[in-house]
Design a protein around this ligand. Structure first.
Ligand code: GTP
Length: 428
């Protein structure tokens, strides 16, 4: 029997995703028509013998999360539970805290997946790789290749190229170590808890002063129970022969910013060709013109003279009027695009209204879509100095954009009635 744990973080996490994460836990933000973690759950449910999925995070359980879990559970016929940390315990602290729940039923292995990765989830291939190595009590990290510059922002791995054992692991190194980076998906045997326990006990014995001096406190949740998988567990396990690396060249990305969500949307739509062709719209009589990959929720009403695509997702109960043009964008549940408006490289969050002939536009900063790895080619919405990067436009939920207005490279916070056009601005 196998299990999976998805680390979903909590309200203090995902800050680069604001304002989109202000109303809904980031893991529930829809990409390509489905919540981010829905894609993880779907992939896990296809692994034979995977019997239970545990979501671990520090969000207060709310209606949206509870409803999502109930629906996913019945759709995929797999047992799913949410386990709430009392505070942010770090990527290994939560696992340790809930070890009895994870080990219940004696799983042979369990996957651990970061909720903010977006990929094609080659979990079965990873399992086959894992089974072919080690003594059964070993651990595998999924890895992908970055450029030399990109790699510095990730956990970097040096492997033995013959055996694929991890020889060296450094999280976000200051200088170049390796182009092989941690992809945030792991396969553990229960023996991992032995290693986490050592760190847990050492932390308990450490004085407050020592904890501070090694910068171990989470700024918002100072606790000795914070344990980080990457620095506290993988780094010391490297070179022991117990940690392996499974390399994938398949599509992988992270969803840290709104711009990255547009990019992930494009890739999930592309994956649908193989996995769910029925989710992609086709051209036809009395239907809107479809260019490339487009997902339209069955409840959306789209005028036949509208043109959508490529890489567009239209959510539940959206209404799209005559002559509307949308490309490289996501229109979320309940929004209304009035006649002849134009939406390019943008996200229109829930229940937005875009008036007649209005234009909402972001700037494409296209990574090469043919490259499997393109994460940090996607600019952050804000530069290090807090300035708006030329990037996508994000319209927060319940925003009304009047007719004939132009919104360019801007972020509009929720519940705003926009009175005029704006460019490169954050509209509070
Ligand atoms: P950053 O570059 O700082 O974003 O680092 P990262 O990409 O390594 O991400 P991070 O370690 O912050 O998070 C990895 C995954 O673990 C994400 O899906 C988070 O939501 C989740 N996560 C992070 N901290 C915690 C925690 O304290 N508890 C739980 N349950 N999940 C967490």
């Amino acid at each position: 029997m196998i299990k999976a744990v998805i680390l979903i973080g909590g309200p203090m996490k995902g800050t680069r995703f604001r304002p989109l994460s202000l109303e809904l836990p980031k893991p529930l933000f829809p990409v390509a028509g489905f919540p981010m973690v829905y894609h993880h759950i779907e992939a896990c449910s296809q692994v034979p013998d995977l019997k239970e999925i545990l979501l671990i995070g520090f969000y207060q359980p709310n209606e949206a999360l509870t409803r999502f879990i109930a629906n996913a559970q019945s759709e995929f016929s797999v047992h799913i539970r949410y386990l709430q940390e009392f505070t942010a315990l770090g990527t290994a602290g939560g696992l340790y805290h809930f070890r009895d729940q994870i080990l219940g039923g004696n799983p042979e292995y369990f996957f651990v997946l970061n909720s903010d990765v977006c990929c094609d989830f080659p979990l079965q291939e990873m399992l086959t790789f894992h089974r072919g190595r080690g003594n059964g009590g070993h651990f595998t990290i999924m890895a992908t290749e970055a450029t030399r510059q990109q790699a510095l922002n990730y956990g970097c791995i040096v492997e033995n190229k013959d055996t694929h054992e991890v020889l060296h692991y450094v999280e976000k190194p200051e200088t170049f170590i390796s182009k092989l980076i941690n992809a945030g998906i792991y396969l553990f045997s229960p023996a991992i808890f032995k290693h986490i326990k050592v760190v847990f006990q050492r932390n308990q014995e450490t004085t407050d002063h020592e904890m501070n001096s090694v910068n171990r406190y989470d700024l918002y949740h100072p606790t000795k129970e914070v344990i980080r998988l990457e620095q506290d567990i993988f780094a010391p396990l490297a070179g022991t022969g117990e940690l392996y690396v499974y390399f994938t060249t398949r599509f992988w990305s992270q969803i840290k910013s709104a711009g990255a969500a547009i990019y992930a949307n494009r890739h999930y739509l592309n994956i649908y060709h193989r996995t769910h062709p029925d989710r992609l719209s086709n051209n036809g009589e009395k239907k809107p013109k479809i260019v490339g990959d487009v997902f339209i929720h069955p409840t959306a009403v789209v005028h036949h003279s509208a043109t959508l695509g490529p890489n567009v997702t239209v959510g539940k109960n959206v209404t799209i009027g005559a002559g509307v043009r949308v490309r490289e964008s996501m229109i979320l549940e309940g929004s209304v695009l009035e006649d002849h408006c134009c939406i390019l490289y943008s996200i229109i969050a829930w229940n937005g209204v875009v008036g007649n002939w209005a234009r909402v536009e972001g700037t494409p900063n296209d990574p090469n879509p043919n490259k499997p790895f393109a994460k940090l080619d996607i600019p952050e919405l804000f530069s290090d100095e807090g300035k708006l990067s030329p990037s996508i436009t994000v319209i927060g939920s319940n925003v009304h954009i009047p007719g004939e207005v132009i919104v360019l490279n801007s972020v509009v916070l929720p519940h705003k009635e926009l009175g005029r056009s704006c460019k490169n601005q954050i509209m509070l």
